[in-house]
Design a protein around this ligand. Structure first.
Ligand code: IVH
Length: 709
């Protein structure tokens, strides 16, 4: 709240209307950040205070209550209102580069993966990274039949009616057969954004924080007539599913898309040297303010589509492209306080409470302070950072933010430090439950030892459980979890409680619908959304358990490995840290190391945590992981590469095998199915021969994977 915010009792009607408009906007932005982007911009206490102020004003001026009043909203308003669409091909995001060195590393990695000699020519395109939201357009026989937002990459929202209203998006493409999916960015120009905000405030309607928000809010409108009235634009930059290739290179594709009637970005250029890419980046950066639309970096892509296909993807990003981000924006302000937040694994994270300051168009009042060493002015090895300057409450600090990420504090200004300031003392007990907070050897983080008795850990675990990559339950976001966690009548204290909620409410005379913020319909929707998630893919379940070190991609690896819940449970129930077949089996998974394996084994052996898992799983039907690309001749097989390969690099061989559903392991055992032995293969080939395994040379391997099933 601005420091000069007037007492509600003193507001005139005009001031009240303006204040309600401001609050609707601020709360809407916070809601979206929280529910749709999982990146809170304000603290829960601030959020609650703003919401209270809003309802106080509405109570005094009932006639001024807005159609989009935050009082009537739970969570993010439009999310969930659109039908879901599964993308024919996943919509990926991009890896980031923040320096010239990062870009050089990217180019080196591409060359290395492909096994290109240092003097071999490699072309890359460079084009602006548009700061909007991505959209996938599907044309069948030349007709626009579907438009979908990115969503989580696999499933997006159906915004076809809205996309139809965007002038830059062709509704028909003449002379076109089959399927063509065009991907690109929806955005709003600076001029249109300013005019829209002026119109909005004239009408007393909410204004938008930046063009990206305006574009997102306008595209994701349930009423397409509103979208039509908003000046959205579209740049096409890639394709999804296609019946026939549009060209042999990224540049050809863009030229062809332009010929078909799409708007394409005029700044795209092709370079065959790093210096060329970086020069273009500088030129675009220099002209950034003159382009008339927001960009947040430059995207480099390998030009040759054949090479792109060979390079393929990591779990969420292509190996053939990278976003070179513009430097972060900075500002100076006062550090008013340091708050310690306790995360789901018990980590104590210091958060800076700042005197609000605008950093690159966004008001920032919180920033991360990383950990206690960072505050004290040293790195994890004890070496000084910022020349050893510590950070104290009351200091003037330099804040920066890059893109959408949480703002950070870079430095302090010692010349403006007050003489009575004292070094910050990091707590050694958990501020939430009072348990000792300890730092393990080699860990940069102090952790609460309270485990399940720590309410903060329990709440954060639940929030993680319902988050996007996990159970993703519509209408049960982080905010609602907090409310249910604190509830005495219908509490949710552990994941299993979510699946007994409806039955408990029924036993409690179905009173939930009478509560503030709830109604018959929203309760029915919530219960239906919970019901829907009783069937859950194995990978999501594993990720949802919130085991330390197990992120989304590790969860996917574990699911691929074990395939079914009973198999996983049987194996892990047996496992012991550091010994036995079950432990070795875990470590044989490429991407699972000893630290992660130990955390997994603990989660299944530690009696409390195991009991909570059992209480949960009995409510679920766990969908087994499908064998990836199960129609390939090597799907599900364990493959070891040894010796030197001549037709492709080790990295490419591994990526190709994995794409076909094989598991690549570094060591030969009785479980290995195929050993691909190139020249110079030594002990591994020998062991394979002793075990009587199938041994192929590189050509035989290539012939095998080229076979149709
Ligand atoms: S290519 C497989 N090109 O940036 C990669 N993306 O941070 C496909 N974006 O999700 C994306 N401008 O929404 C590409 N010229 C551009 C882009 C661009 C903006 C967005 C896109 C993507 C996000 C990743």
């Amino acid at each position: 709240m601005p420091a000069d915010a007037k007492d509600v009792a003193e507001l005139t009607a005009a001031e009240a209307a303006a204040e309600l408009a401001r609050l609707a906007d601020v709360l809407d932005t916070a809601n979206r950040a929280y529910h749709n982007d999982d990146a809170p911009t304000i603290s829960d206490a601030d959020y609650d205070a703003l919401k209270r102020r809003n309802s106080d004003i509405e109570a005094r001026f009932p006639d001024l209550k807005r159609g989009d009043s935050p009082t009537d909203q739970i969570g993010a308003p439009v999310s969930g209102a659109f039908a879901k669409i599964r993308h024919a091909q996943r919509m990926m995001s991009l890896g980031n580069a923040f320096s010239d060195d990062d870009v050089a590393d990217f180019v080196d990695q591409v060359r290395k993966f492909l096994g290109l000699a240092s003097d071999a020519r490699l072309e890359l395109t460079a084009e602006p990274k548009i700061d909007g939201l991505s959209l996938s357009l599907r044309y069948e026989a030349g007709k626009l039949v579907q438009a979908a937002t990115r969503g989580d990459g696999e499933t997006g929202e159906n915004v076809t009616a809205n996309a139809m209203t965007v002038a830059d998006i062709p509704k028909y493409i003449s002379g076109m057969d089959g399927v063509l999916e065009v991907r690109g960015e929806v955005y709003m120009s600076h001029a249109d954004f300013a005019a829209l905000n002026a119109r909005q405030s004239e009408r007393g309607e909410k204004t938008f924080a930046n063009p990206r928000n305006a574009a997102a809010g306008s595209l994701r409108q349930l009423d397409a007539a509103i979208t039509r009235a908003r000046p959205l634009r579209f740049f096409a930059y890639a394709t999804g599913e296609i019946s026939a290739p549009l060209g042999a290179t990224q540049q050809d594709v863009i030229t062809k898309l332009a010929a078909l009637g799409f708007a394409t970005n005029p700044e795209l250029q092709v370079f065959d040297r790093l210096e060329g890419l970086l020069g273009h980046y500088r030129r675009i950066e220099d002209r950034r303010a003159m382009l008339g639309y927001d960009i947040d970096g430059v995207v480099y892509k390998v030009n040759d589509l054949g090479l792109q296909a060979r390079l393929g993807y990591r779990s969420t990003t292509p190996r053939w492209a990278i976003a070179h981000k513009f430097p972060a924006e900075i500002a100076h302000t006062m550090l008013e306080g340091i708050e310690i937040q306790v995360g789901r694994t018990g980590a104590l994270s210091p958060v800076a409470r700042l005197r609000p300051v605008t950093v690159g168009g966004v008001v920032v009042s919180n920033a991360t302070l990383h950990n206690e060493d960072y505050i004290a002015g040293r790195d994890s090895r004890g070496n000084p950072i910022r020349d050893g300057r510590d950070i104290r409450i009351g200091d003037w600090v330099e804040v920066y933010r890059a893109g959408d990420v949480i703002p950070k504090i870079r430095d302090v200004d010692p010349s403006r430090r007050s003489s009575d300031s004292a070094p910050y003392v990091f707590p050694e007990t958990c501020p939430e439950c009072g348990s000792p907070a300890l730092r393990e050897e080699g860990d940069s983080v102090r952790r609460c030892t309270g485990g399940l008795i720590c309410p903060a850990q329990a709440v954060e675990k639940l929030k993680h459980f319902v988050s996007r990559g996990a159970f993703d339950i519509e209408g049960l976001g982080a905010k609602q979890i907090e409310v249910f966690f604190a509830d005495d009548v219908l509490p949710i204290r552990e994941p299993a409680d979510i699946f007994t909620l409806a039955a408990r409410d029924a036993a409690n005379l179905a009173k939930l619908k009478n509560r503030d913020g709830w109604g018959e319909k929203s309760v029915a929707n919530l219960f239906a959304a919970i019901e829907e998630k009783r069937r859950i893919p194995l990978a999501r379940l594993i990720f949802a358990l919130g085991i330390r070190h197990v992120g989304e991609s590790s969860a996917a690896l574990l699911a691929q490995h074990f395939r079914t819940w009973p198999a996983l449970e049987a194996a892990l129930g047996e496992a012991r840290i550091g010994e036995g077949a079950a432990w070795d089996d875990l470590l044989s998974i490429d991407g699972v190391g000893a630290v992660m394996a130990a955390a997994i084994v603990n989660a299944f052996r530690q009696p409390d945590s195991r009991a909570a898992i059992d209480r949960l799983v009995c409510h679920l039907q766990v969908i087994p992981a499908e064998a990836r690309a199960s129609d390939s001749p090597v799907a599900g097989l364990i493959v070891v590469f040894t010796g030197s390969l001549e037709k492709m690099t080790r990295a490419e061989a591994k990526a190709t095998a994995e794409k076909l559903g094989a598991r690549v392991s570094g060591s030969v055992s009785a479980k290995t199915d195929i050993v691909v032995a190139g020249p110079g293969a030594g002990s591994k080939a020998k062991k394979a021969a002793e075990l009587g395994l199938r041994i192929l040379d590189e050509d035989e391997w290539l012939a095998l994977i080229a076979q149709n099933p």
